[in-house]
Design a protein around this ligand. Structure first.
Ligand SMILES: C=C1C=NC(C(F)(F)F)=NC1=N
Ligand SMILES: [Mg+2]
Length: 219
């Protein structure tokens, strides 16, 4: 296996759905099926916070989602839990600044996809040096999903990272929906990642389709 190309990574980042069992009111598997039908390009399993599953229940739930993603040929990324990602032979891992260092994770996962959350130019440079395939930049808009989210920065950090020559595939995160997604892509992100805009939508299918159309219009 070889590392994913930048070009392929940019394509995967177009509409990146992130979810855990506690992010939705409807049946989580039904929400994910609708999101896949609606055209998400990448999925991240983020089982975290109040009421999140743990241990065997978390493992079984992740495996179920992974098999549904496989049917749609959408890569399955695991947030934080590197051991779970390896146990499931997931397509990749996403880590934050407070998790294991990116170079240690890169050693453990070989050529799988590695994403890193960054909040400034220094963190972005370090993530690239340590083998990240993409970076998550945010929170772009106010978000209720992540309790310990850093301060809202709009699209300024995306803009300044690109102006400082950061070329790595980049996805915006934080309070993004079909109404504000184009601003994120126009600022220089390769795509948008969302939780609530899809997971709590009246119709996750319709809301995903809206996002896909909006993002594709500005690429
Ligand atoms: C905290 C996070 C920040 N960014 C991302 C991603 F969108 F994947 F880059 N995922 C996270 N879980
Ligand atoms: Mg983390």
């Amino acid at each position: 296996m070889v590392r994913i190309s930048n070009e392929k990574m940019r394509e995967l980042l177009r509409v990146y759905f992130i979810m855990g069992s506690n992010n939705c009111k409807k049946d989580p598997l039904e929400v994910i099926r609708e999101a896949l039908e609606g055209g998400i390009t990448l999925f991240q399993f983020r089982e975290k916070g109040k009421g999140a599953l743990t241990g065997e229940k978390k493992h079984v739930f992740a495996k179920e989602i992974q098999s549904i993603c496989k049917k749609y040929n959408v890569p399955f990324i695991v947030n934080d839990d590197v051991d779970l990602a390896i146990a499931l032979d997931a397509d990749g891992v996403h880590i934050g600044q407070e998790d294991e260092s990116a170079d240690r994770v890169r050693e453990k996962i070989g050529d799988k996809i590695l994403g890193v959350s960054v909040h400034n130019l220094e963190e972005a440079r370090k993530a690239i040096a340590q083998g990240a395939d993409y970076i998550g930049v945010g929170p772009v808009f106010p978000t209720k999903t992540k309790e310990d989210a850093k301060e809202v920065q709009g699209t300024s950090l995306i803009l300044s990272l690109r102006q400082n020559g950061i070329q790595i595939p980049m996805v915006g995160i934080g309070g993004i929906n079909a109404e504000n997604a184009s601003e994120v892509v126009k600022a220089g992100a390769d795509g948008v990642s969302v939780i609530t805009a899809i997971s709590l939508a009246e119709s996750p299918f319709e809301s995903t389709k809206q996002l896909v159309m909006t993002v594709n219009e500005c690429l």
